[in-house]
Write a protein that binds this ligand. Sequence first.
Ligand code: DAH
Length: 361
Amino acid sequence: MQTLDDLTSEIMAGVNAATSLDALEVVRIDALGKKGRVSLMMRELGGMDPEERKAAGQALNAVKDRIAAAIETRQEALSRAALDERLAAEAIDVSLPARPETEARLHPLSRTIEEVVAIFAEMGFTVAEGPDIESDYYNFTALNIPEEHPARQEHDTFYLPPNAEGRRKVLRTHTSPVQVRTMEATEPPIRIIVPGRTYRSDHDATHSPMFHQCEGLVIGDGIHMGHLKGCLIDFCRAFFGVDDLPVRFRPSYFPFTEPSAEVDIGCTRDGGGLKIGAGDDWLEILGSGMVNPRVLANCGYDPEKYQGFAFGMGIERIAMLKYGIPDLRTFYDSDLRWMRHYGFLPFDAPSVHAGLAGGSV
Ligand code: DAH
C-alpha cells in the first residue's frame, strides 16, 4: 500500500499543478471528498487496534489539515489571478476617440443665453421667467402701452381667439411683461434677468415669428441712470470680450421707461465686413431706460420711494453679431452641417471671468 508520505506529496503536487479553480476543486474532492483518498484511509482506522489507531489517526489528521491549508492558499492565488485577468480584459482605453454620434453641439442661441446669464449672475442678478401666452394687460397695458397707443401696432402681435368675455390673449411680443409679474409678486430690491421666447408676425433675414429676448430689471432705493450705464457698459464689454469697447447711450423712447436710451457699441465696417471694437461706426445692441413711474405705480410700488432701470435685448441679434451668423432664419433650420459649424461642444462652458477681464471669448 502507498505510504502516507507518498500520498501526501502526490496530492500536494496535484494542488500546485491545478491552474484553474475548477481543476483545484477536482483535486480537493479526490483527496478530501467523502470518497476521497484521505477519507478512505480514515475509514481504515476502524480496523486497527487502539495503539496503532491513535498514532495513525494523528498522522492522518495532520496530513488532512496540511492538504486543506494548501488548497486554500492555492484557491486564493487562483482567484486573484482570475480577477486580474478579468480586470485587464475589461480595461477601458481612454485614448480611444469618442464615437462620432455622441459629439452633439450646443445651439448658438442656447450658448448665447448661457453667456448672458453667466455675466449677469456675476453682477448678482437671478433668472426669472413668465408665460409665453400672456394677457393683454401684462404685455401692454401695465407697461404703459394703452389700447390706442401706436406701439401696439408696431408689435405685429399674434392674438389668440377671444374668450367668452371677448378678451384675447396674446403670444407675448417681448419679455417685458415679466417685469410687471415680478414687481407684483415681490418687494424691492429686485435684480432679475429674463431670457425667453417672444413672438411677432414678421419674417425676413433679420426677423423670425418666434425669437428670443433677454429682459433685465433692477429696482431699489436710489437707483439712478449711473447704475444703468455702469451695468450695461460692463455687460457689453464682457459679452463681446473687448476691454475698451466704446459704448454709447442714445436718447430714445419706450412707453415703459422714462428717460429711455438705446445702447450702441463701437464697430468698423469695411467692404461688407464688420469688426466690433473701437472704430468710426456704431451698432445698436439693446433698449434701456429708467422704469417709468407709471409702471411702478401699476405694480403697486410708490414711485417716490423706489426707482429702477430696465433693459431688453434680442438674443438672435447679439448672437449673430458675436458669432458672425449672417441670416437669422438659419437658427431654426435644424441643419446639422450648420450646427457642426456654428454649434459649441457642451463641455466648452462660457468663461465669465475671461469675459469680464476683457480676454478673448
Ligand atoms: N421691450 C422692448 C422691445 O421688445 C425692449 C426693451 C426696451 C425692454 C427698453 C426694456 C427697456 O426693458 O427698458 O423692443
